[in-house]
Each structure stands twice: as structure tokens, then as C-alpha cells.
Ligand binder design. Structure first.
Ligand SMILES: Cc1ncc(C[n+]2csc(CCOP(=O)(O)OP(=O)(O)O)c2C)c(N)n1
Ligand SMILES: [Mg+2]
Length: 380
């Protein structure tokens, strides 16, 4: 196999940046209460800890695949913090920080990564109503881009019913090449839907660099063709993400329609545990982006403000880790999802031939037979 590495094409830095990598600030910092800043900090730390534990579980064969959002946490966090209870969050798989910010139960998240069916998880890990997240969530679709029309559909329903909610949806820069992204944006533009689309541009779509994803100069530009306003921000600056998304959310809530926010960031790790990024990109590139780390600069800012010191840093970790470990243990204690339960749901009408065939194959296997030898499918 060839050993070609892509030459780095650094993104333009003429974007909104409020928090510099050294922790100093440019211009006005969004007004956020001290307690809220510490909530952001805890979500940052929990995200890093949880994803590290997830990777270790993958290495031990507990999870079949694990990914991380290392270096990208400010995108999910800053955007999610701009929502209010009742709003909708439509994540992709790189917004662990958004989920943890809104208190999505870690045991359920982990049970889902373990492959359990949603109904099974709900049955074995019930959530007391007062602990349920205060935003509404949709599960991320594996087919990239599909959550954009989903979000615009939800926003349309809210608009038709005069509900004051906003839908926040995340998509990777690679997935903006999907038709679904444009279908969703087209509708959101024409119908002025209360929707904010965050393009999390982490420079890579598995092994395809963003410079090969589009000939457009920026991903924010993709909004123009749909008549939508856009912002382009430093995605490693939690204040810039928050400020831009907050403005877009306010606009959507006032009934003025949808917006796009491109958050420029970097995927520090492999695409997921099934990838090996060192084959296609250089160490120098990764080193450069380490110097822009979103948590380092936020910590520097909090320390300079007198809100954080070494003792509190340690305390946050010491509180988070046992809680995360306990949640993972609860998820691991969930009994296996009965395999035949995958046939409990089908979309509409009577189950078709393929459905019935697979159901019978599964039944043969569960009875100890070999579906390929012991079941011919005859008579179906
Ligand atoms: C429609 C579709 N095509 C391809 C894939 C396989 N796939 C999964 S993740 C991925 C890369 C996505 O890159 P990007 O949108 O930039 O998101 P990132 O992983 O960088 O966060 C691809 C091609 C898929 N899941 N769905
Ligand atoms: Mg990407």
C-alpha cells in the first residue's frame, strides 16, 4: 500500500477568536456567570475522562469500536451551552461534551455503545424524571448528514405548533458533501426554520483532508447558496463558539430563521479505533494543533481569572472519575439484549420476505443450528 501523506493545508484564521491559545482574550468575552464557567470546565474534564475510558474498553475488547473528540470539545460544549431547556440537540458522534453538559446519563450512553437496543436500555437503566436531560435529543444516525433534514423537520414542527424551541444540529465538514445537508439547508432557508447548523470542521473526514472535500474556500460559504447567514469561528475557543451559536439561537428564536456556524477545529486522534491516522498525515501537523488545545487555553483563562487552581483541578477529576466508572459498571451489568428483539420493530406494513427470512435464520441460530446449513429458506 502507498505511504502517501497529505500536505497540510491550514485553514484560514480570519475567523472569530475571543480566547487566545495563551489564555488572554480579544474583545468582549460573552457574559457567563462564574458558576456556569465551572460547569463548562467540568464537562470538558468529564469528556476527556470518559472518552479515555472508552478507548481503554475498546482495547480490552469490551467495546467493538470507540472514537474520541479530543481537541474538539469546545465545539459541542460552547454550542450546547447556548441552548435552553426544551430546545433540541441533534448531535453526531463527536459531541460528547454537548451531551455531558446537558447531563445525558453516561450509563445509557455506554450501554448504547455496548450494542444494546434502546428499549432494552430504557428497561434496565430507567431514569428518574427529575434526572432526565432538560433538552430533547435525537440519536445520531450512522448515515452521515441525515440528522440535518431531521433537525429541520423537528424545527418545522416546532414552528407550525408555535413552540419557542430551537434545534441545534451538528455535522462534520466531510458530511457537508452529502445531499442531505443541502436538502436540510434548502428547507430551513425557504421556511425560515428555528434551526442552527454547526459544521464541525476538524480538517479530516477519515483520511480525506478538508482541502480535498470542497473547492470552496470555507465551509461557512455553503450557507450562502441557501440564503442563510453564517459565522466562522475558532472551534478551539469555547467563547467564540458560544458567542456565535448564541447569536444564531437568539435569531432563530425570534422567528428570523436558520443559520450556519462553521467551527474550525482539529481531530487530534485517529478517526476512531479502527483507523490509523499516522498513515496519511504528519506528526508535525498534529503537534501544531496541540498548541491550540481548547482545554489548555480555557484552563489558563480560568486560572488567570482566579476561578481555578491546582486543588480545584484535582477535585474536579477526583469527583468525575468514580462517577464515570460507576456509570460504566452499570452499563456493563445490563444483561444482553435478546437478539430476536431486533425484529420487534419495522417501519410500516407487513414484514416483507427478507425480514421474515432473516427472522427465521436468527431463530435457527438461537436454537443451536447453523442457518446456512440447517435453514434453506424454503417455503417463505
Ligand atoms: C452516508 C455515509 N457515507 C459514509 C459513511 C462512512 N463514514 C463514517 S464517518 C466518515 C467520515 C466523516 O467525516 P466528517 O463528516 O468530517 O466527520 P468527522 O468524523 O471528521 O467528525 C465516513 C466517510 C457514513 N457513515 N455515512
Ligand atoms: Mg471531519
Amino acid at each position: 500500500m502507498g505511504q502517501k501523506k497529505w500536505r497540510e493545508a491550514r485553514p484560514r484564521e480570519d475567523y472569530l477568536r475571543i480566547l487566545n491559545p495563551d489564555g488572554s482574550v480579544n474583545g468582549a468575552v460573552p457574559q457567563v456567570a462564574d458558576e456556569e464557567l465551572l460547569r463548562w470546565y467540568r464537562a470538558f474534564i468529564e469528556t476527556r475522562l470518559l472518552e479515555t475510558l472508552g478507548l481503554r474498553l475498546q482495547r480490552r475488547g469490551v467495546l467493538s469500536v470507540a472514537g474520541t473528540s479530543l481537541g474538539e470539545e469546545a465545539c459541542g460544549l460552547g454550542a450546547a451551552a447556548a441552548l435552553r431547556p426544551g430546545d433540541w440537540l441533534h448531535p453526531s458522534y463527536r459531541q460528547t461534551s454537548a451531551l455531558l453538559y446537558w447531563g445525558v446519563p453516561v450509563d445509557r450512553m455506554m450501554a448504547s455503545l455496548l450494542g444494546h437496543a434502546p428499549e432494552h436500555i430504557a428497561q434496565h437503566l430507567p431514569i428518574p424524571p427529575d434526572l432526565a436531560p432538560k433538552v430533547r435529543l435525537t440519536p445520531y444516525p450512522i448515515f452521515l448528514g441525515a440528522n440535518v433534514p431531521l433537525a429541520t423537520g423537528v424545527a418545522f414542527a416546532d414552528k407550525l405548533n408555535n413552540r419557542p424551541n430551537v434545534s441545534l444540529v451538528f455535522i462534520g465538514e466531510g458530511a457537508t458533501s452529502e445531499g442531505d445537508f443541502h436538502d436540510g439547508l434548502g428547507l430551513a432557508g425557504v421556511l425560515k426554520l428555528p434551526c442552527v447548523v454547526v459544521v464541525q470542521n476538524n480538517q479530516w473526514s477519515i483520511s480525506v483532508p478538508s482541502s480535498r472535500q470542497t473547492a470552496a474556500e470555507t465551509f461557512a460559504q455553503k450557507a450562502v447558496a441557501h440564503g442563510l447567514p453564517s459565522h466562522r469561528v475558532d472551534g478551539n475557543d469555547v467563547f467564540a463558539v458560544y458567542a456565535a451559536v448564541q447569536e444564531a439561537v437568539d435569531r432563530a428564536r425570534r422567528g428570523e430563521g436558520a443559520s450556519v456556524v462553521e467551527a474550525v477545529t482539529y481531530r487530534m486522534m485517529d478517526h476512531n479505533s479502527a483507523d490509523s491516522a499516522s498513515i496519511y498525515r504528519t506528526d508535525e501537523e498534529v503537534e501544531y494543533w496541540k498548541s491550540l488545545d481548547p482545554l489548555d487555553r480555557f484552563e489558563r483563562y480560568l486560572v488567570a481569572r482566579g476561578l481555578l487552581d491546582d486543588a480545584l483541578k484535582q477535585q474536579v477529576r477526583d469527583e468525575a472519575e468514580p462517577q464515570l466508572r460507576a456509570a460504566i459498571s452499570r452499563a456493563r451489568a445490563v444483561p444482553p439484549t435478546p437478539p430476536e428483539s431486533m425484529f420487534l420493530n419495522h417501519l410500516n406494513g407487513d414484514p416483507g420476505w427478507t425480514f421474515r427470512h432473516q427472522q427465521r435464520e436468527c431463530a435457527v441460530e438461537l436454537a443451536g443450528g447453523n442457518p446456512f446449513v440447517d435453514f434453506t429458506g424454503e417455503g417463505l
